[in-house]
Design a protein around this ligand. Structure first.
Ligand SMILES: NC(=O)c1ccc[n+]([C@@H]2O[C@H](COP(=O)([O-])OP(=O)(O)OC[C@H]3O[C@@H](n4cnc5c(N)ncnc54)[C@H](O)[C@@H]3O)[C@@H](O)[C@H]2O)c1
Length: 324
């Protein structure tokens, strides 16, 4: 897709971080935007920005895990803009990190409910409407590099993002006959408000096995300040959509990065490979420590803040050496 003028674009999580960046860039490209977000304060701030720009943007407060509310939001789009959207960006997401072995059912239900369930709800709500409108279109999900690998402290998040990658590939093939393109954006760090994700965690899912408190949230704000600028990321997404590229990975050499991922998977399949993988992992961790653990790097203060640790009463969880 190259022509965005006049297209209706529905963005979940569109009021903050990556989604707000997408709303800015695609609004400038001529789209009529809907930003859907669970946080009213984020929606108000974003709308103040767009009012100043006199941009065509409509805000809907929506929890993407609520299927009934999602259907009502889709009806609202048709009422406001006269048609279902031609474009859907499944961008809203949350994270909660800590040792996999400390994870609770509620950690899985919340993180996977938003990051994967929210995408499923977006697809089931909008895809039939988009097909029946007969205008083709484009769907992009904001996944994560975390979807290409499991991590000892990222289990629910990595599982959700891996599933999103796979899910979007299924839709890539299924929606081709309808003229609907599909992409999966896989960023590393983004300069966003995701440090505050736990503020939107519902009461009935508040039981976490991880150490999450004001200190870890303050540290995470610092950590994510090293990420890519959301507008720059949205420009990369736009270019990827113009090229109809499935994976859009904002690193200088995405092919080399993916070759490393494939090498890991291949290594896991034989006894010799498992040995090679141990060595590779050591090298990888060493490089990561150097890259991220420097005096002024994004991991500065991580261990002291208690980030990535288990809830303090889970004394059976082994202490890890350092943040990795
Ligand atoms: N921040 C990073 O380093 C990073 C890295 C890779 C991928 N991502 C992904 O990027 C996407 C955007 O995150 P961000 O970093 O811009 O964070 P952000 O917190 O700034 O923006 C996410 C928005 O989603 C909204 N949201 C959360 N739960 C919701 C729900 N149930 N229903 C509707 N809206 C909801 C939040 O209120 C927020 O406004 C997420 O899918 C995230 O997993 C983030």
């Amino acid at each position: 897709m190259k022509d965005f003028a006049g297209k209706i674009l529905f963005i979940t999580g569109g009021a903050s971080g990556a989604g707000f960046g997408q709303a800015k860039v695609f609004s400038e490209a001529g789209c009529k935007i809907v930003i859907a977000d669970i946080r009213k304060d984020h929606l108000d701030e974003a709308m103040a920005y767009f009012r100043d720009k006199k941009a065509e943007v409509h805000a809907i407060q929506l929890d993407i895990t609520d299927r009934k509310a999602y259907a009502e939001a889709a009806d609202e789009v048709e009422k406001v803009y006269g048609s279902p959207p031609q474009m859907l960006f499944n961008t809203a997401g949350v994270n909660a990190f800590g040792p996999a072995e400390a994870s609770t059912f509620e950690d899985y239900d919340w993180v996977m409910g938003v990051c994967l369930g929210g995408v499923v709800n977006g697809m089931v709500t909008f895809v039939p409407r988009m097909i029946q409108a007969g205008k083709g279109g484009y769907i992009a999900a904001t996944s994560s590099m975390g979807g290409f690998m499991g991590g000892s402290t990222t289990a629910p998040y990595s599982a959700a993002k891996a599933a999103v990658n796979n899910l979007m590939e299924s839709y890539l093939q299924a929606l081709k006959p309808y003229g609907i393109g599909v992409s999966c954006l896989c960023p590393g760090g983004i300069r966003s408000n995701i440090a505050e994700a736990s503020y939107t965690r519902p009461k009935h899912l508040e039981n976490t096995g991880y150490n999450i408190n004001e200190k870890t949230i303050e540290y995470m704000h610092y950590h994510y300040s090293f990420g890519i600028d959301p507008v720059e990321l949205a420009q990369i997404l736009k270019k990827g959509i113009e090229n109809e590229q499935f994976f859009i990975i904002p690193v200088p050499d995405p092919e080399k990065m993916l070759q490393g991922i494939v090498e890991r998977i291949v290594n896991y399949a034989t006894p010799e490979g498992m040995k090679r993988q141990v060595e590779l992992m050591k090298k990888h961790m060493e490089e990561m420590r150097k890259r991220m653990g420097g005096d002024d790097g994004p991991m500065k203060g991580a261990a002291e803040s208690g980030w990535l640790k288990a809830r303090q009463d889970l004394t059976w969880v082994k202490e890890r050496k350092g943040p990795f």
